[in-house]
Ligand binder design. Structure first.
Ligand code: BGC
Length: 470
């Protein structure tokens, strides 16, 4: 190992978990004055296609207009949202209980590209759990071995200790597969590793390697973890597996995204995740972090994990529909993380499903089909279906028909049904992209980077896979 501890702490995750290659590829250069017109042009045809270009029946037209008025956010509203995000960012930097949490990460510098060595990295918080081994060559290149593990809902929502035992078992499997085939498990147990833990949940971090979970998000509810130092929980689980691993750094996925891109693009100032969940980390001046405890001498900047999913929980600036309220009331913590519910991949399909069920009950949609068990099942309408429906360019929306029939067991839809369904997807997806754009705009303005520009790293399945989202 040739990194010193500080270098390791501030750096390993970025390239390690963040998951390097796709993040690097997804760099978005924010130069608002030039970019905005292009971005608008990219989004608008989507709604025009859905709303204006099709030969609409008048009842269909009326329904689409009604839905559009509920989901479309005016430019004025978007500007108000962006301004309020900046107000709440400033407040969150001053107090502990702000609407946006603005959590200090204790990452105080970014990589130089000269770091070397091999490290383990874990990524917990998305659809899959990942174990990685990352090797840095000291001249700006990183290579990575990784293995994905599916986390069953029973593990996400069961006993906390069992969740951390599952993680440690996965690490052992990974090490035996990659380092133990000749020498056996014993060698795996004897080699000392440093590990970075990318734990993508809100954590009150007191140092780079210590932090307690504030609240679970994204459907995790494992017991006895909230309020506890998650590094200790992981370290104890490694001991139970006889693994000689030191957990040296704890980071959020947004922090990892920012750092991994900064490894090759030093002008990176923010990292955004648009995936199962949504959030942003950015570079803040230490002088602006009023609530920061501990010594500040010699510290110029620190990455802040915003946890923007909690923005507007008081529901003051963003207009919500009745379906948004219905979704929220069925989450483990109603009234919280409502911005994330409007943006992230975990929730978009569910909003679409709730609209469909409602319209089917009033006879305005799927009048000739019976609502299937799947369509009535919470979270059964996967956000991936929305991507497929929005990508359906067949004249009779045949791909949409297949999803309705094969995935949702809803045969008998009419072309009008399918057009309305596609419009609902476009409205919900577009609202998400616009709200995420408000967040990015707010962060760039807060950093005063509007005129000179900066790079924002973007990662996550929604950003990568959802058509027109970018
Ligand atoms: C979590 C964040 C995380 C985001 C993206 C949210 O639910 O609170 O910590 O960065 O998801 O994974």
């Amino acid at each position: 190992m040739q990194l010193d501890e500080t270098q390791f702490e501030t750096f390993v995750f970025g390239v390690g978990i963040g998951i390097g290659a796709c993040v690097l590829a997804m760099a978005a250069v924010v130069r608002p004055s030039k970019a905005s017109a292009t971005q608008r042009a990219a989004k608008e045809p989507l709604l025009k296609t859905a709303v204006h270009r099709e030969p609409l029946l008048s009842t269909e037209e009326r329904l689409v207009a009604r839905l559009s008025s509920q989901f479309n956010l005016s430019t004025d509203t978007l500007v108000r949202i962006q301004r309020q995000i900046i107000v709440d960012m400033k407040r969150g930097l001053a107090v502990d209980n702000g609407a946006i949490k603005m959590l200090p990460t204790h990452v105080t510098h970014r990589p130089k590209g000269t770091e070397r060595g091999s490290y383990l990295a874990l990524d917990l918080g998305g659809t899959n759990f990942r174990v990685c081994e990352v090797t840095f060559d000291g001249v700006g290149n990183a290579s990575m071995l990784q293995k994905k593990f599916k986390i069953e809902d029973a593990v996400k929502t069961g006993d906390g200790e069992a969740l951390f035992d599952f993680i440690a078992e996965c690490v052992k499997i990974f090490l035996v597969e990659n380092h133990g085939s000749q020498e056996g498990a014993k060698l795996v147990e004897s080699r000392k590793w440093q590990l970075g833990f990318c734990f993508s949940f809100p954590v009150n971090q007191v140092s780079i390697d210590e932090g307690s979970l504030l609240v679970w998000t994204k459907g995790f509810t494992a017991s006895n973890v909230v309020g506890v130092n998650v590094v200790k929980l992981l370290q104890d689980a490694f001991k139970r597996q006889n693994l000689n691993i030191a957990v040296s750094a704890l980071v959020n996925d947004t922090t990892g995204t920012l750092i991994s891109l900064a490894y090759t693009k030093p002008n990176t100032y923010a990292g955004v995740i648009l995936g199962t969940g949504s959030n942003c980390a950015y570079v803040e001046k230490v002088a602006n972090i009023e609530k920061l405890h501990g010594p500040r001498e010699g510290l110029d900047e620190m990455l802040i994990n915003m946890e923007w999913g909690g923005f507007d929980d008081a529901q003051v600036v963003i207009p919500r529909t009745k379906w948004d309220h219905a979704l929220d009331s069925n989450t483990p913590t109603p009234g919280t993380w409502t911005f994330e519910q409007l943006i992230s991949g975990m929730y978009l399909g569910e909003v679409v499903r709730l609209v469909c069920v409602d319209l089917a009950e009033t006879g305005e949609l799927f009048a000739k089909c019976k609502l299937s068990k799947e369509m009535r099942t919470i979270y059964a309408f996967d956000t991936a279906y929305m991507s497929a429906i929005e990508s359906d360019h067949t004249h009779d929306l045949a791909d949409t028909k297949s999803i309705l029939e094969d995935k949702l067991h809803m045969p008998g839809s009419t072309l009008v049904d399918r057009r309305i369904l596609r419009t609902i997807c476009a409205l919900v997806g577009t609202r998400s992209a616009r709200l995420a754009a408000c967040g990015v705009a707010a962060v760039v303005c807060k950093m005063n980077k509007l005129s000179e520009g900066c790079i924002v790293g973007m990662d996550g399945s929604l950003f990568e896979l959802y058509p027109y989202y970018k």
